[in-house]
Design a binder for this molecule. Structure first.
Ligand SMILES: N=c1c2ncn([C@@H]3O[C@H](COP(=O)(O)OP(=O)(O)OP(=O)(O)O)[C@@H](O)[C@H]3O)c2ncn1[C@@H]1O[C@H](COP(=O)(O)O)[C@@H](O)[C@H]1O
Length: 101
């Protein structure tokens, strides 16, 4: 399973029945709700990271990635474009990038 596979599944759920798909149900509530849900999952991951619970963080990180992809889909942002953005940053140190601002 790759993020691309998951993004493709989520894209397919845009037209699915909300009664049979959690993703379709979440998408049907709108981009604001998808963003709120992503925020909740991010906070849960933060809590596990602060606690130092590696199993908890692993599980919450999976929730964060899934809900990030749902939020992107809700606003029609392609994962490929996010990856291209990351690619464009490759080789530039974050320290150098900040100094150049
Ligand atoms: N990776 C996930 C995934 N991670 C988390 N979740 C669901 O996200 C929901 C969020 O969990 P919460 O505990 O926050 O939910 P909740 O508290 O009951 O919700 P609220 O009452 O707060 O709204 C749960 O129902 C989880 O089952 C996911 N649902 C789906 N997927 C993937 O998406 C695919 C398609 O799923 P469906 O759209 O349901 O067919 C699945 O095969 C999976 O690969």
């Amino acid at each position: 399973m790759t993020l691309d596979d998951l993004a493709a599944t989520i894209a397919a759920r845009k037209t699915a029945d909300p009664d049979s798909s959690w993703t379709a149900k979440l998408l049907s509530k709108g981009p604001e709700k998808c963003a709120e849900k992503f925020g909740e999952e991010a906070v849960e991951a933060i809590i596990e990271a602060v606690k130092g619970d590696r199993a908890g963080l692993t599980s919450e990180a999976a929730d964060v990635l899934y809900h990030l992809l749902v939020m992107l889909a809700a606003r029609d942002v392609d994962l490929a474009d996010v990856m291209a953005e990351l690619q464009s940053r490759q080789g530039t140190s974050g320290i150098a990038e900040k100094a150049a601002r």
